[in-house]
Design a binder for this molecule. Structure first.
Ligand SMILES: Nc1ncnc2c1ncn2[C@@H]1O[C@H](COP(=O)(O)OP(=O)(O)OP(=O)(O)O)[C@@H](O)[C@H]1O
Ligand SMILES: [Mg+2]
Length: 330
């Protein structure tokens, strides 16, 4: 659906250059809700804005439905863009137009007949549950309602792809959940492919089936969200995921491990089995259960006083029982 090949973006200002993206390769399948996460300045906006050519890529190709959009000009580009909609952190609504006219705007641009506009906009208002707000102005809406208008407007041209640049970052956690659930609903109902960029892990956990981690213009890790959460490979990913508070080092004796329980193992008494089998004592430092797309992942950070050989066997035993182990200190 979307194939990004060797994409680079360099901003050149008079005498200095900023390299925002370095040789990005990504593959997004039809129907994916694909998350791209990274810290501020990682290059997220640059990446998503290259996908619809709001930014010009410096190098590389972006194939959407078999068309290399990097190579398109003027009229062809405008046609291709109808297929790629976008929503924004600050909603970008027209303050002097009503909700109805905001949503109708892309249709008026292509001179759609009034009767069709009326039908289409009413259908979209229903989809985003704002039928009663058709004639009010954006200033009279809450943030969540404004983003609903943004979403309805983005769908007016029947796109295949929806790009979301920090679309929930201005919203409170509860409203964020409602907007994410609307996006999920649209993804399922309309088969829309959604690309979400965010700095919030919660957004990725809630709805993205795949995730890429961007750092300093490079993809450092990529995969199904559940896999990346269960066994993160890069230091950056672990930092984004594990923001747990641990005891300071002077209290930690022996080995400190984080055990990740997946759907296959959350129901099993693995800890008590380890205690019995290896005749060890385990001190629990931290524990939590998270839900990634409604599937549980348990994280337990424990301290064990054992030698390296026993530790190796405990790790093998755990992994055999579908528990991933990460040794935090050696
Ligand atoms: N128009 C521009 N001109 C020059 N440099 C830019 C421009 N836009 C972005 N940059 C630089 O490119 C790098 C990546 O910026 P980008 O906005 O893509 O990051 P981001 O991950 O979206 O950050 P944030 O989370 O803060 O929105 C940064 O170093 C930024 O300063
Ligand atoms: Mg940004």
């Amino acid at each position: 659906m979307i194939e990004i090949k060797n994409l680079s973006k360099i901003y050149s200002k008079s005498n200095h250059k900023v390299v925002a993206l370095k040789n990005i390769n990504l593959s997004i399948a039809k129907g994916d809700i694909y998350g791209i996460i990274g810290l501020s300045g990682a290059g997220k906006s640059s990446l998503i804005r290259c996908i619809n050519r709001l930014e010009e890529p410096t190098d590389g190709d972006i194939w959407i439905n078999g068309v290399n959009i990097v190579k398109l000009e003027n009229k062809e580009l405008r046609t291709a863009r109808k297929n790629i909609s976008m929503i924004f952190q600050n909603f970008n609504l027209f303050s002097s137009k009503t909700v109805f006219e905001n949503i109708a705007f892309p249709l008026r641009l292509i001179k759609t007949p009034n009767s069709i506009i009326k039908e289409k906009v009413n259908e979209l208002l229903k989809l985003v549950e704002l039928t009663d707000k058709a004639n009010v102005y954006p200033a009279q809406l809450s943030g969540g309602q404004k983003q609903r208008v943004g979403i309805a407007r983005s769908l007016a041209s029947d796109p295949d792809v929806l790009l979301c640049d920090e679309a929930t970052s201005a919203l409170d956690p509860k409203t964020t959940k409602q907007i994410l659930s609307l996006l999920k609903n649209i993804n399922e109902k309309l088969g829309l492919t959604i690309v979400i960029i965010t700095h919030e892990m919660e957004v990725i956990k809630e709805i993205c089936n795949r995730v890429a981690i961007l750092e300093d213009g490079c993809i450092v890790e990529e995969g199904p969200t559940l896999d990346v959460f269960t066994s993160p490979e890069s230091y950056v990913t672990r930092n984004l995921i594990n923001q747990d508070q641990l005891l300071p080092n002077e209290y930690l004796k022996g080995k400190v491990l984080t055990l990740s329980f997946t759907e296959k193992s959350v129901g099993e008494p693995i800890i008590s089995r380890i205690v019995k089998k290896f005749n060890v004592e385990i001190n629990i430092l931290y524990g939590k259960i998270e839900y990634i797309q409604h599937k549980p992942i348990g994280k337990l950070t424990v301290q064990i006083n054992v030698n390296d050989d026993v530790l190796k066997n405990i790790i093998l035993f755990s992994e055999k029982n579908h528990v991933q182990v990460e040794v935090l200190n050696q």
